[in-house]
Design a protein around this ligand. Structure first.
Ligand SMILES: [Zn+2]
Length: 223
C-alpha cells in the first residue's frame, strides 16, 4: 500500500505513516490526573508511542497517514485488531481525499499503480517513442503511466530506496532456488534451507545479520 499512496495534494510532499495513542475509556477516572496524558491533554499527537506507566489509564494505538512537509493528515484509525487493515483504511482515505479526478480503476491501472516505479522511466519513454498511431487509445494509458511515475518519484525516492529492495529480492530468489518440497502426513510443504550464521555476526541488526548469512550462500544458478 505504501508505494500506492499519492503524494500530498496540498504541497506534493511525501505521505508518511503516523502513530499515536488515545484513551480507550471515555469515563474519567477520578483517581488519575488526566492533564498529563489523556483527553484533557488534547488530540493524539503524531509520534506519541511512549508506553504509559501501568497505573495510567489504558490507551489504544492509532495510525494515520500525514504529509511530512505540510502536516495534512487523515483521521486516526485504531490499530487493533488488525494493523494491516487499519493501515489500508487510512491509506484509502488519504488517496480518496485528493482532488484528482476519479479515474476508473481498471485492471491495467491497478497493475500500473502496483508495479510501475522509478526504474521503469526509460522503458516507458522507449515505449512512448516507438508508438505509432492509435493515440485515442494509447494517450490515456501514457497519461496514467506518466502520473504514476511522477507519484512514484516522490513517494519512493525518500521512503523506499530501490536498491535494498532489489537486493532483498535477489536474496529471496536465491532462497527459493534452494527450497525443497517435503511431504508431511500427505501434505506438501516448501522447506527453506537452514542457513549458517556465524556467531560473530550476532551484533548486527536482525535484517543485516540475515542478509549477510544469505549472501554467504553460494550464488544461485542462473540457468
Ligand atoms: Zn503536504
Amino acid at each position: 500500500m505504501y508505494e500506492q499512496l499519492i503524494p500530498c495534494d496540498h504541497c506534493g510532499g511525501r505521505p508518511t505513516v503516523g502513530r499515536s495513542q488515545r484513551l480507550v475509556s471515555f469515563l474519567p477516572d477520578p483517581t488519575y490526573d488526566y492533564t498529563q496524558w489523556g483527553r484533557l491533554a488534547g488530540p493524539p499527537l503524531i509520534g506519541d508511542t511512549l508506553p504509559r506507566p501501568p497505573e495510567a489509564p489504558k490507551t489504544e494505538h492509532l495510525v494515520c497517514i500525514y504529509c511530512a512537509d505540510c502536516g495534512m493528515q487523515t483521521p486516526w484509525e485504531a490499530v487493533a485488531p488488525n494493523e494491516r487493515a487499519a493501515m489500508d483504511r487510512v491509506g484509502e482515505l488519504w488517496n480518496r481525499r485528493l482532488n484528482r479526478p476519479e479515474a476508473e480503476i481498471t485492471d491495467l491501472q491497478r497493475l500500473v499503480e502496483r508495479e510501475v516505479g522509478v526504474p521503469d522511466i526509460p522503458a516507458v519513454l522507449d515505449l512512448l517513442s516507438r508508438t505509432k498511431g492509435n493515440w485515442d487509445e494509447m494517450g490515456p494509458v501514457f497519461a496514467m503511466l506518466a502520473r504514476r511515475l511522477i507519484d512514484a518519484t516522490i513517494v519512493t525516492f525518500d521512503g523506499w530506496p530501490i536498491e535494498p529492495v532489489l537486493q532483498d529480492a535477489a536474496r529471496y530468489r536465491k532462497l527459493v532456488q534452494l527450497v525443497k518440497w517435503i511431504q508431511i502426513e500427505g501434505q506438501r510443504y516448501a522447506e527453506f534451507p537452514r542457513i549458517y550464521s556465524p556467531s560473530e555476526n550476532g551484533e548486527l541488526l536482525f535484517e543485516d545479520c540475515l542478509a549477510v548469512a544469505i549472501d554467504s550462500l553460494p550464488d544461485r544458478d542462473r540457468w
